[in-house]
Design a protein around this ligand. Structure first.
Ligand SMILES: [Ca+2]
Ligand SMILES: [Ca+2]
Length: 202
């Protein structure tokens, strides 16, 4: 009996060993290697769902992190005025972060998915008194120890200034995370020579 058991064990080892070697040689062992999960320090967590969304207010510059490939950050706000809102989100350098806005019923009402290093900018309509959710995430599961910034403003109007001869001298627009400024250069005859455009960080 013992001889039979040993024989069976030997047969089992003998038959299984080549399979195991084949699995390694064929790259199958990669399936059992768990990649290291990098998690960076974070703020406002937990906020991975609408039910744990962190409350923000208009004009508040929020600085936070996508601290792992699975991190999603929800924020919420309640407009006091019905109309158009504007928000901007600047992702971590070289990371593809995106932004989505949902209404109170979690219907997607606006989104922006620019590639890395391009600011996300959104205009969307809101109704006073309703809660809205803002989601920052990465469709490529990017994360970083460097922060993103997001800021919500009630509107993004253009403000004009005029010189002593009543010609437009500047046009400025609040873009939440920066101010867009156009400067108009005129000659003494009233001809427009050029328009300078600059982005001034806020
Ligand atoms: Ca986070
Ligand atoms: Ca989160």
């Amino acid at each position: 009996m013992r001889k039979f058991v040993l024989g069976s064990l030997f047969a089992l080892l003998f038959s299984s060993t080549p399979n195991y070697a084949y699995a390694i040689g064929g790259g199958g062992n990669q399936n059992i290697i768990v990649p290291p999960v990098t998690t960076y320090p974070d703020t406002y967590e937990p906020n991975d769902s609408s039910s744990t969304a962190y409350p923000i207010s208009y004009g508040q510059k929020v600085t936070s992190y996508l601290s792992s490939g699975s991190d999603v950050d929800y924020y919420k706000f309640v407009p006091t005025t019905t109309g158009m809102n504007f928000l901007a989100m600047s992702g971590a350098t070289n990371k593809n972060y995106d932004v989505i806005v949902y209404d109170k019923d979690l219907n997607l009402i606006a989104m922006s998915d620019q590639p890395a290093n391009i600011m996300e900018e959104l205009s969307f309509k809101v109704t006073a008194g309703n809660v809205y959710y803002l989601q920052v995430w990465s469709e490529l599961s990017d994360s970083s120890s460097s922060p993103y910034q997001v800021k919500l403003i009630a509107s993004s109007p253009v403000t004009y200034a005029y010189d002593s001869r009543n010609r437009i001298s500047t046009a400025t627009q609040d873009r939440a995370l920066y101010t867009l400024k156009y400067s108009f250069i005129w000659d003494k005859y009233g001809n427009l020579l050029k328009v300078n455009k600059e982005k001034i960080a806020q």
